[in-house]
Ligand binder design. Structure first.
Ligand code: SF4
Ligand code: SF4
Length: 446
């Protein structure tokens, strides 16, 4: 795509980066076929190509964002399916991140939208506040139907509906500690405790610690780390996102200096995509650029670390039919497609792919709160696709997808690592109580 940025505009490193991305787009439109919002809404402006045009026009003309740009960029899930499809290597992720930051700087949102975004930014990344807000949400749930009737407040209704009935205790797991390897140590890793996941489902990191230490990995849950910054980053709030990133970079740099680090293990693929991008996000900060690039290089999804270890034979017979839902941040953001399924098969599960697996489930960080109608259509489509392979359980690697899909199906949905922990010596997850392997059809004797 031809661009017409002036030399003065290109002096700005972010604009220069975006200009390079836009120039790579050859308008072929392959990306439209795999874009969930284009597939759902059928509007070119809700496709990657349409959004690239809108961003180009806005940036080239040094224009503040207007209602039209904001509507179509807000509808983008940042699922990155378009990046997997694009034959020209267009880095849509960096382009839309820049556009969102530009929107945040130049556009005044309506009051209710500003308020809801502020509530999200001030609660979700902070476990104690998030926990308290979930307790409040339980009390407010009966009013969700009422809020549904007031269009600007629909996100509040979505928030109330997504809150779980039960908020797990904050004790025992996820506290800062060093968990020594059982037997000879083969690796030393830091585990991201994170924010929303540690509140919604602390069992995930508990299973990770059990499994890794059993396999000879020392797991450090360091003091001081926190949200990876993705939640505010995707809302265009650049400064707080970079502050979260710097804080984590400092913590992991300290842990690496103290005893060496083979990896930073992440159990939420949405966070993994962002941490793997810290090197880019902090590239213009001389005090952090190098350290951030080192952190990004060390960042690994838990399944990447497990695939690198010598796994023993499974200790427990599992045998369930599992639908593997690959989160967008896993398959498109990190391009991790094989390892989780291979590990589940090694653990004795019968793994089934989900039709239209490239399409987002509608979770996408805060998307299911801010764009509840599109998110619900995508969820229902995902749930129907999952049901079509008749699984006994669903495995995935991202808490956002677990919450979103779990709100639309009664099939148990677990993190991949919980299933692997069970297979390799852990307890059977409680949500699978009573779920037993389906009897295979008997083969008649000759
Ligand atoms: S990130 Fe996803 S929703 Fe956004 S343009 Fe790309 S494919 Fe479409
Ligand atoms: S597939 Fe890539 S090159 Fe083709 S229109 Fe989409 S972003 Fe542009």
């Amino acid at each position: 795509m031809q661009t017409a940025f002036t030399p003065a505009q290109l002096d700005d490193p972010d604009t220069a980066h975006s200009a390079g991305i836009i120039r790579k787009c050859v308008h072929c439109g392959f990306c439209t076929a795999t874009c969930p919002t284009y597939v759902t809404l059928g509007n070119e402006l809700d496709s990657p190509r349409g959004r690239i045009y809108l961003i180009k026009e806005m940036l080239e003309n040094d224009r503040p964002a207007d209602d039209k740009v904001v509507t179509h960029i807000d509808r983008c899930l940042s699922c990155l399916s378009c990046m997997t499809t694009c034959p020209s290597g267009v880095n849509y992720m960096h382009l839309v991140d820049h556009a969102r930051a530009h929107i945040e700087r130049t556009y005044r949102r309506p009051f209710a939208d500003r308020m809801i975004r502020r509530i999200l930014a001030l609660t979700l990344p902070y476990p104690a506040r998030f926990r308290a807000s979930l307790q409040l949400a339980k009390l407010g749930r009966p009013f969700a139907g009422l809020l549904d009737g007031i269009k600007p407040l629909k996100p509040l209704a979505a928030m109330l509906r997504l809150a779980p009935d039960h908020v797990p205790s904050d004790k025992v797991v996820n506290a800062p500690a060093t968990h020594p390897a059982k037997g000879p140590r083969v690796k030393r890793v830091a585990l991201l405790r994170g924010c929303a996941q540690s509140v919604l489902d602390p069992k995930i990191n508990a299973a990770t610690i059990r499994l890794l230490t059993r396999l000879g990995v020392e797991v450090v849950v360091p003091e001081g780390e926190g949200c990876c910054g993705a939640l505010v980053h995707h809302m265009g709030q650049e400064a707080p996102a970079l502050d979260f990133a710097r804080r984590n970079v400092d913590v992991w740099t300290r842990v690496a200096a103290e005893g060496g680090l083979d990896a930073i293990v992440i159990t939420a693929s949405g966070c993994g995509t962002t941490i793997k991008d810290y090197g880019h996000m902090l590239r213009l900060d001389p005090a952090y650029a190098e350290k951030a690039a080192r952190v990004s290089a060390l960042a690994k999804d838990v399944t990447e670390v497990l695939a690198d270890l010598d796994l023993p034979l499974p200790e427990n017979e599992t045998g369930l039919v599992v639908a593997y839902h690959s989160a967008c941040s896993m398959q498109h953001g990190q391009r991790l497609t094989r390892a989780p399924k291979v590990l589940l098969a090694q653990a004795g599960f019968t793994v089934r792919d989900v039709p239209e697996g490239h399409l987002c489930c509608g979770s996408a960080g805060t998307y299911n709160i801010l764009q509840p109608e599109i998110a619900t259509r995508l969820r229902d489509r995902k749930v129907a696709n999952i049901a079509s392979v008749a699984p006994q359980a669903i495995a995935t690697g991202n808490i956002g997808c677990m919450t979103q899909i779990g709100s639309g199906t009664a099939i148990p949905i677990l993190h991949t690592v919980e299933l692997l922990d069970w297979a390799f010596g852990g307890e059977k997850p409680a949500s699978l109580d009573g779920v037993v392997p389906v009897a295979q059809p008997a083969v008649a004797a000759e």
